[in-house]
Design a binder for this molecule. Structure first.
Ligand code: SF4
Ligand code: SF4
Length: 227
């Protein structure tokens, strides 16, 4: 008969954590100064950015759980959404955005502004010359990425966006927003390999080939490129 054993075990875990945290050296006994299972600090001296230990609290964690950020990190999951990024193809630097304005129209707080690129004769090109997202207004909903028909805008997980100025630098420009398709693949491996995205990429690649074939007949067209 195991009825109620899980409940008792849960209470014992809570009690043990309480004792380790508040009665035995305020959580600084034989465990490391933060949380996690390890007995000693995982890091010594400065770490290379992006190489910090990832720690997480679970039922083996003893005492007070503290993440020594930025020397340690909590896990960031693939589906977490912060700000949108614009994708360019890693093989040829082609920016996928066609300046169709759909993302700007569906964005609930209206924090996307796009200017379409034009040829020297004033005719529009299927590319943006300017693309802005106000990071202070963006509510991280991901609708822009959901609606984009060209697989060009995706939600990223990067949350380390603080700086010393709260006006101009919070409006991200086209160059701030651009990331390569390789970057997206590296940070979103499950989504990148999913059937939906594979199908979508193949459709977008066909549309791109058609556009480039058309553009090759008009040599005055100049594409903006990531720098
Ligand atoms: S990011 Fe997508 S939806 Fe937005 S303008 Fe570019 S192609 Fe259109
Ligand atoms: S994530 Fe939502 S709020 Fe932010 S730019 Fe996209 S649609 Fe707008």
């Amino acid at each position: 008969m195991t009825f109620g054993l899980g409940l008792i075990r849960g209470h014992l875990i809570t009690l043990r954590r309480f004792v380790r945290t508040f009665l035995v050296g305020h959580g600084r006994t034989w465990t490391r100064r933060g949380g996690g299972h390890q007995k000693v600090d995982l890091w010594f001296g400065a770490r290379t950015s992006g190489d910090e230990p990832i720690i997480a609290q679970d039922d083996r964690t003893e005492g007070l759980f503290t993440v020594e950020y930025p020397d340690e990190r909590l896990p960031v999951f693939e589906r977490s959404r912060v700000l949108p990024v614009l994708i360019y193809d890693a093989d040829d630097g082609h920016i996928r955005c066609t300046s169709c304005h759909i993302c700007a129209k569906v964005c609930p707080p209206q924090c996307i502004w796009i200017t379409q690129a034009r040829k020297s004769d004033g005719k529009p090109i299927a590319l943006p010359s300017e693309f802005y997202v106000d990071m202070d207004v963006c509510m991280n909903c991901g609708l822009c990425a959901e609606y984009c028909p060209f697989d060009a805008i995706k939600m990223d997980q990067n949350f380390e966006l603080s700086n010393y100025e709260r006006h101009q630098s919070h409006v991200f420009t086209l160059q701030d927003l651009l990331v390569s398709s390789e970057y997206y693949e590296r940070h979103h491996p499950d989504a990148y390999g999913s059937e939906d995205e594979v199908t979508e990429r193949s459709k977008v690649a066909k549309k791109k080939a058609q556009r480039l074939a058309k553009a090759s007949a008009t040599p005055s067209e100049v594409e903006p490129r990531p720098v």
